[in-house]
Design a protein around this ligand. Structure first.
Ligand SMILES: NC(=O)c1ccc[n+]([C@@H]2O[C@H](COP(=O)([O-])OP(=O)(O)OC[C@H]3O[C@@H](n4cnc5c(N)ncnc54)[C@H](OP(=O)(O)O)[C@@H]3O)[C@@H](O)[C@H]2O)c1
Length: 267
């Protein structure tokens, strides 16, 4: 397991990498600072590929909330900072409308320095209220991907994608976002939305961040409709493990080019 140290020097370097001003490999860094660069630089880089990455913050028993829907503090403090770092390094953050309705997230960067990403909600039926925090005017771009005619406030961009049986093809979503210049994407949840991106073979990497608590029942971090009958057919991603402090992150490569991009740069 790699221990990470996101010192100010490391974070400033990552923000430079994100802006295309620097590489992540040169310089004098400690072993744990280098591990931090290995974990985050594939998200920050813009020179090699357009990355779609997912993030799940879950308990030891794979839950993201209690049965009554309490989902506030599943991740520990370092898991929360990790999520905000990921937001700061991507161009856009995608959530499904159920997460927007249930959690009222703002999707801003508050636990570290960095730019707020474009906020994107997948809402085929136009169910998201216009006064949702995720649509608040705060300088960040806000986008709703919908098929319904629901009117949105000035400043909120609507992307219309063709739905088939109420379903958007995630490839169409990604194509539409790329044409808007939103290329490195974080799919932040929930389980349904992440599963659709995995099943479409679009998710290059998945960060599963585990906090040390046992909930015992409740919704799980990932439930896929396309699942194997036997363990022999389970997805077994190439995985690197990092200790964040209060949480442990499994950095899983799901697509070959994404795995290559995240190979440790420094032994
Ligand atoms: N711990 C974590 O990391 C984390 C992160 C985020 C959320 N959560 C939790 O996850 C729960 C919500 O997750 P969820 O899985 O129930 O729902 P979700 O993924 O947030 O939203 C699912 C909904 O989004 C729309 N949608 C998403 N992808 C679509 C596609 N390809 N085509 C058409 N529509 C699409 C559909 O809306 P319609 O229903 O209108 O068809 C779908 O029912 C909440 O309890 C939240 O607290 C946990």
């Amino acid at each position: 397991m790699h221990q990470i140290d996101v010192s100010d020097k490391v974070w400033q370097r990552l923000l430079q990498v994100r802006r295309g001003e620097s590489c992540a490999c040169c310089g004098d860094f400690s072993k744990s600072e280098r591990a931090a660069l290995d974990l985050y630089s594939p998200i920050a880089r813009r020179d090699n590929q357009k990355l779609v990455i997912g993030q799940i913050g879950q308990s030891l028993d794979g839950r993201v909330a209690t049965v009554t829907g309490d989902a506030g503090d599943v991740s520990g403090p370092d898991g929360m900072v990790h999520l905000h770092r990921m937001r700061a390094l991507v161009d856009g953050v995608i959530i499904g409308v159920k997460t927007a309705l249930h959690d009222n997230p703002r999707l801003t960067v508050r636990h570290c320095e960095g730019p707020n990403p474009t906020r994107i909600v997948i809402d085929p039926n136009g169910r998201l209220p216009n006064d949702s925090p995720v649509l608040a005017a705060d300088g960040a771009r806000r986008l709703v991907i919908q098929a319904a005619e629901t009117k949105r406030p000035a400043g909120v961009e609507v992307i219309r994608v063709q739905a088939q049986d109420g379903q958007f093809n995630p490839h169409e979503i990604v194509r539409a976002l790329h044409s808007e210049g939103i290329e490195n994407l974080l799919v932040e949840g929930g389980s349904y939305t992440i599963a659709k991106f995995i099943e479409s073979e679009l998710l290059g990497r998945l960060h599963v961040s585990i906090a040390s608590l046992i909930i015992g029942s409740g919704p799980s971090g990932l439930t896929m409709s396309d699942h194997p009958e036997t363990l022999a057919n389970a997805i077994r991603p190439d995985t690197l493990r990092y200790s964040l402090g209060s949480d442990v992150v499994f950095d899983c490569g799901l697509l070959p080019n994404a795995i290559e991009a995240a190979r440790p740069l420094h032994g």
